[in-house]
Design a binder for this molecule. Structure first.
Ligand code: ADP
Ligand code: MG
Length: 919
């Protein structure tokens, strides 16, 4: 990538400086050293109020940030230079990050005025996509993770023992440097990768020997010392965060991953332990409903696939009152539960809040004035919080008793637990309340921060300064009286300090002890030894006060930092509460119903998904009228959904899945009622023609995704297949669709919804009890089609393709001619017209289809993985239609193919072989 090439000249010490290394001025020499030490980032070098970059880096900064490229000249040369103002650096830093750069801030670490000679500078912070902490660079509603992946020998039992996979385990850890959240998990490679996609860290450090495929998101991949992935080094790192490191993780790979993630986070934050990472949480992906990246995308949980911007499940649900809640809602949606008790506990809480309109409104009000406690605490621990941050902390803590009060009348165990865990933190609140003035300035070094009465010494010093000022303010009257000069004035200016001003006509009356300070046009300014003394006293006192205030502030901040864990626990509870009240608000506003789950224990065929009056939570909000539809899907059944384009198939399937996901999040669902199973995974695959975002080998991807489902789905999974098989010719597509349907039904037993334009597929319902047809209807009125959007039993009778063409504005004469052509064909094969160009695209197979041998074609396939079934069926059917040797060969090849165990590439090759045989 040329960005990398560009970076060559941008990172590290500038070569042109190295050529005159020994002659460089001390400052540039320091710059070159820091660049050499931090050669994985653009070093921004503080010079007064600016961050400067030189040479190649200057050019990159100038270009990226659109600032002027200037020059610095000295005896050794002329150096290109570009600077960004420190005061509003955030916007520029963001541009650099967006352009793919990493940034190291080399700040002045001693007071420029106190330094003798060169000011000491050090890299205090590394700014990268995964390690940003500046509020302005962060998205309030989303966690920004830095991730580490490591590979290790396996202690974790392999999930999929009958797959021919290796015993490799992968560890995955993420750290949110802005909040201190640290998660670690481990699994086999496939599952770990899925989890990685789900967490989608902004930046990734990859351990030795890890084999990562192309990811569906785009993290910055950061090279980091492989040593950090060493088990011993990792254990050492982790021990600063967990007293017994080995008790936190369950495998070597997990240990390596979390050790490396923390080590890198420490490195980025200036090589110190991150005090605010108070908990390292290990989870097992299997303890949650698994939604892989494809499912998250196609269900549009967080990102919309269509032009309707912002229409995602998250946007419909996001009635959160604070940033804590918003991030938590996202986390819950990404990881719905599978533990019945936990789900019911959330549902009970939502239920209770639905009933308590008053409590809900109160909670909303109080939570909306809650600051981002997690990030506040992290700033406090990092010693980056200012006095305003501490006041924000107090404002937030002041809300806690009110939140508790609001919860008093609500009956649910979870709400009661959350209420109990709301520590009012009176000590912290009082400390900040007593120490910090109520409206402190942004600067913490210039006084005005610490409240009166907090520290006796400070009060004393302030008293001295105050007395001095008082003395000065009375001086004017005293001197007027002493000298008899009524026009005498006492004043103050920055340069000369206090003075006594006497106009020229009165100069003869000036007493002996007046010393001249300054001569103006019409007057003279004087001071007296006593005034000078007082002035020094005042200055000394206020300098001392400022210094003492700063020390006191740091002490208070450090005291607060020691309570990080307690504060984080409160943040945690507030976040949960905000989500629960949000779910209740949404349920009430949109008329959702509480889902019921089938009783625990082994589920039989009576399990399954039963929804009355179900709606699509996002689509129903986007349009005036939405037609509710029921869903009755016995456990392990396959529903084939047919109907014209735009009739509502995709919407229907997704609303079923979204209902299940919402229920397992602990939310009510958009339906009149719902009885649901607890699912282990939801798979959704959208066929190529429906995949707007597609582009590269879509059919290939479709097939590899299908393979993944066939391998990984279980009887507890829900599978949505939307127009799968469309990326290839009709006959091939149909064959694959049919084979996949049968496999899902016979072998996997996953509850499946399959929207298809292959009307021939609907025959699959004839010979399998668990396969049934649903269709969407349209009404013809005066030759026009209106979609009813309502689901009915049985297969769709016609494709309505021509009418849809008419709706789309195809000229009337073309529509009329098409209608004639449809009428000429027999009604059975008219069904195929929705497929893409049968005859043209696939001449011989299509002909075969017409003379009835397609059935043979499919039957052969069917028997391919159902060898136990009577072989007579295939022969019986083929007997009626004299198979050619070519067809025989094709059927044989298909019979031998085990689709469940075929890679996409193999599938493509197979298809190409088959075509070859027919040609
Ligand atoms: P298909 O997958 O059958 O082509 P879609 O599910 O994409 O159709 O639906 C097409 C459009 O029809 C949707 O964008 C939506 O506006 C509308 N629609 C779908 N289902 C319903 C419904 N139940 N009630 C009202 N409008 C609906
Ligand atoms: Mg569709």
């Amino acid at each position: 990538m040329n960005a990398d090439a560009q970076r060559e000249a941008v990172y590290g010490a500038p070569p042109e400086m190295l050529e005159v290394r020994d002659d460089l001025t001390p400052m540039l020499s320091q710059y070159a050293d820091l660049c050499a030490e931090h050669d994985d980032a653009v070093v921004l070098f503080q010079v007064g109020d600016f961050y400067e970059a030189f040479c190649g880096a200057a050019e990159a900064v100038a270009r990226t940030c659109e600032v002027t490229l200037t020059q610095r000249e000295d005896s050794t040369g002329t150096w290109p230079m570009a600077g960004i103002p420190i005061d509003n650096a955030a916007g520029y830093l963001e541009r650099l990050l967006d352009a793919g750069y990493r940034v190291a801030l080399a700040e002045q670490v001693e007071d420029a005025e106190e330094a003798s000679g060169l000011v000491d500078r050090a890299v205090t912070q590394l700014i990268t996509p995964g390690t940003v902490v500046d509020e302005e660079l962060l998205d309030a509603g989303r966690a920004t993770y830095l991730g580490a992946v490591a590979r290790g020998g396996g202690d974790v039992e392999s999930r999929d023992s009958d797959a021919e996979d290796d015993a490799d385990t992968y560890g995955l850890a993420v750290v949110d440097v802005s909040t201190g959240e640290c998660l670690v998990t481990g699994a086999d490679r496939a599952l770990a990768l899925e989890e990685l996609e789900r967490l989608a860290p902004a930046e990734l450090v990859v351990g030795p020997d890890c084999d990562l495929p192309d990811l569906s998101f785009d993290p910055m991949e950061t090279p980091f010392e492989p040593g950090a992935f060493d088990a011993d080094a990792a254990r050492e790192t982790l021990s600063a965060y967990a007293p017994r490191p080995d008790a936190v993780v369950e495998s070597d790979a997990e240990l390596r991953a979390v050790g490396a993630a923390l080590a890198y986070a420490e490195y980025a934050q200036g090589d110190s332990t991150l005090e605010y990472v108070t908990r390292v949480t290990r989870f097992d992906p299997r303890e949650f409903l698994q939604l892989d990246a494809t499912a998250i995308r196609s269900l549009e949980l967080f990102e919309s696939r269509s032009a309707r911007a912002g229409s995602t499940l998250f946007s419909v649900l996001d009635e959160t009152a604070c940033a804590l809640g918003r991030r938590r809602l996202e986390a819950w949606l990404r990881r719905p539960l599978v533990d019945r008790d936990e789900i019911e506990a959330r549902l009970d809480a939502v239920d209770a809040l639905c009933d308590g309109a008053l409590a809900r409104a109160d909670l909303r009000e109080h939570l909306s004035s809650v600051y981002d406690l997690e990030r506040l605490v992290a700033r406090v621990s990092r010693e980056r919080a200012d006095a305003r941050d501490l006041r924000s902390l107090k404002t937030t803590l002041d809300r806690v008793p009110k939140v508790r009060e609001a919860l008093a009348g609500t009956g649910s165990d979870l709400l009661a637990d959350l209420r109990d865990s709301l520590d009012e933190l009176e000590d912290v609140r009082d400390l900040v309340g007593d120490a910090i003035v109520s409206d402190p300035p942004q600067e913490i070094t210039e006084g005005g921060v610490i409240a009166d009465g907090f520290d006796a010494e400070l009060d004393d010093i302030r008293g001295t300064a105050e007395a001095g000022r008082e003395w000065v303010s009375n001086l004017e009257a005293r001197e007027q009286e002493r000298t008899g000069i009524d026009s005498l004035e006492v004043g103050y200016n920055q340069v000369h300090g206090y003075y006594i001003e006497v106009t020229n006509p009165n100069l003869d009356r000036v007493p002996d002890d007046y010393r001249r300070r300054q001569t103006l046009k019409n007057s003279e300014r004087f001071y007296t030894p006593e005034l000078k003394e007082r002035e020094d006293e005042i200055l000394r006192a206020s300098d001392r006060a400022d210094a003492l205030e700063y020390d006191l502030f740091c002490e208070v901040r450090a005291d607060v930092a020691t309570e990080s864990a307690r504060i984080q626990a409160v943040a945690d509870a507030l976040a949960d509460l905000d989500v629960l009240r949000t779910l209740a608000d949404v349920a009430v506003a949109n008329d959702y119903a509480r889902p019921e789950f089938h009783a625990a224990g082994p589920t039989d065929e009576h399990g399954g998904i039963h929804i009355d009056g179900g709606r699509h939570p996002v689509v129903e909000r986007a349009q005036d009228e939405f037609v509710p539809n029921p869903a009755d899907l016995p456990r392990g059944s396959v529903a084939l959904v047919t109907g014209p384009n735009m009739s509502g198939k995709s919407t229907y399937m997704r609303q079923v899945a979204l209902g299940c996901v919402l229920a397992q999040v602990g939310s009510f669902v958009p339906a009149a009622s719902a009885r649901l199973p607890v699912l282990d995974r939801v798979f959704t695959r959208i066929g190529a023609s429906d995949d707007i975002a597609g582009g590269q080998s879509t059919f290939m991807r479709e097939m590899s995704e299908l393979t993944e489902i066939l391998h990984n789905a279980t009887g507890d999974s829900l599978v949505l297949l939307d127009e799968v098989g469309r990326g290839t010719s009709t006959a091939d597509g149909l064959a694959i669709a049919r084979a996949a349907t049968e496999f899902l039904h016979d072998e996997v037993g996953a509850t499946t919804l399959f929207a298809t334009h292959y009307h021939d597929l609907t025959d699959a319902a004839d010979d399998r009890e668990g396969v049934f047809n649903l269709h969407f209807t349209a009404a013809r009125r005066d030759g026009e089609v209106t979609f009813l959007h309502s689901v009915a039993d049985g297969p769709s009778s016609s494709s309505y393709g021509v009418e849809v063409a008419q709706l789309a504005g195809v000229p009337a004469s073309v529509v009329a001619r098409a209608r004639d052509l449809v009428d000429e064909t027999d009604p059975e094969s008219a069904n195929d017209t929705e497929g893409d160009g049968v005859a043209a695209a696939n001449g011989e197979v299509a002909e075969a289809a017409e003379d009835g041998t397609l059935a043979a074609y499919v039957d052969g396939l069917e028997n391919g993985h159902r060898e136990s079934e009577s072989p007579n069926r295939a022969t019986a059917t083929t007997a009626t239609a004299e198979p050619t040797p070519e067809l025989e060969a094709v059927a044989e090849a298909l019979r031998e193919a085990d689709l469940a165990d075929t890679t996409p590439l193999e599938a493509l090759n197979l298809l190409s072989d088959l075509k070859g045989k027919l040609e």
